[in-house]
Write a protein that binds this ligand. Structure first.
Ligand code: DAH
Length: 344
């Protein structure tokens, strides 16, 4: 066979062999069979030496063309192999970039927040409006306007965090009563939830930070029976049963008369435990009829307007409802504790 024919044969054969390659590695090996150092084309080119100068030129030129053609063919096959490889791989690992890697965990509302929303709903259904106030208050709103004068001994009932500029962290949501009296035109019915602060010795039933809901009704004719009825509606709605309560006289400068509404301890059913300080009763709802001084100082006529007010401890309410025996759990951020309320 002449060298020219041999070259054409090599080209034909190389295309057949190269296109049968299954992988890129295969392809490299096959390529070397033809244009590698020991390849067929290289071997034929070595035979060029025996040809005449004229022949060398034409055959040499053709040999170069064939070598290039094989190179191009290798590139083409390589691209096809790559494409096929990725197509197979992509089919194998079908993944959805939007799909979460594991079952997603959602947080939930804190039990105090949940009970706050419930209490709000109960009062809103009775026509109350919800008010808000700041956590840093003036001495005037927290004490003075509530009938605690500067040297009033009742100030000692609430140990207080003062700020350097003479303001304070509100010790109770009653400060919002003062804001309501200033802003709203009577008659009105408001509740005001919020976080309050006391410089307290912390124990199973006392925290330095806790939550209250204040309530205030101002109208032409308001009596203790309106107050008691409203409180009973609230408690039976919250606990979904009749709750045993007792009313004791209580002293708060901004109400007259003032009461402590206690409920029978639901943690121990009145038998006595750490939460009720072994008395069987828990102070839950201090309340009373708004003191005429408070109404007068806010610019209303106490002969025309009367009212009742109450301050409900939300943390205690949560503790009673779920039988929690230590208030410190509530603000501990302990997930094992909090997760128990996620689905309630
Ligand atoms: N602010 C009082 C406290 O935190 C609770 C209180 C008592 C609120 C009587 C009232 C009330 O509205 O009438 O100790």
């Amino acid at each position: 066979m002449s060298i020219t024919n041999e070259l054409e044969e090599i080209l034909k054969e190389s295309k057949e062999v190269l296109s049968s390659s299954k992988t890129e590695q295969d392809l490299d090996t096959n390529k070397n069979l033809f244009i590698g150092k020991k390849g067929k084309l290289t071997a034929v080119l070595k035979g060029l030496a025996t040809l005449s100068v004229e022949e060398k030129k034409t055959v040499g030129a053709r040999a170069n063309e064939i070598s290039k053609e094989i190179e191009n063919f290798v590139t083409e096959v390589k691209q096809n192999l790559k494409k096929a490889f990725y197509e197979v791989e992509l089919k194998k690992q079908k993944f959805d970039v939007l799909k979460p890697t594991k079952e997603q965990e959602f947080g939930s509302l804190h039990p105090v927040t949940k009970i706050q929303y419930e209490v709000e709903d109960i009062f809103v259904s009775m026509g109350f409006e919800i008010m808000d106030g700041p956590e840093v208050e003036t001495d005037f709103n927290n004490f003075e306007a509530l009938n605690f004068s500067a040297d009033h001994p009742a100030r000692d009932m609430q140990d207080t965090f003062y700020t350097e500029d003479g303001n304070l962290l509100r010790t109770h949501t009653s400060a919002i009563q003062v804001r309501a009296l200033k802003i709203l035109k009577p008659p009105f019915k408001i509740i005001a939830p919020g976080r309050v602060f006391r410089y307290e010795e912390v124990d199973a039933s006392h925290e330095n930070t806790f939550y209250q809901i204040e309530g205030m009704v101002l109208d032409k004719k308001v009596s203790t029976s309106n107050l008691i009825y409203t409180m009973k509606v609230l408690l039976s709605e919250i606990f979904k049963k009749e709750v045993t309560v007792r009313l004791r006289p209580g002293y708060f400068p901004f109400v007259e008369p003032g009461f402590e509404l206690d409920i029978q301890c639901m943690v121990c059913n009145g038998k006595g435990c750490a939460v009720c300080k072994h008395s069987g009763w828990v102070e839950l709802l201090p309340c009373g009829l708004v003191h005429p001084n408070v109404i007068r100082d806010a610019g209303h006529d106490p002969k025309e307007w009367q009212g009742f007010a109450f301050g409900l401890g939300l943390d205690r309410l949560v503790m009673m409802r779920y039988g929690i025996n230590d208030i410190r759990y509530l603000h501990s951020g302990n997930l094992r504790f909090l997760k128990q309320f996620a689905k309630i």
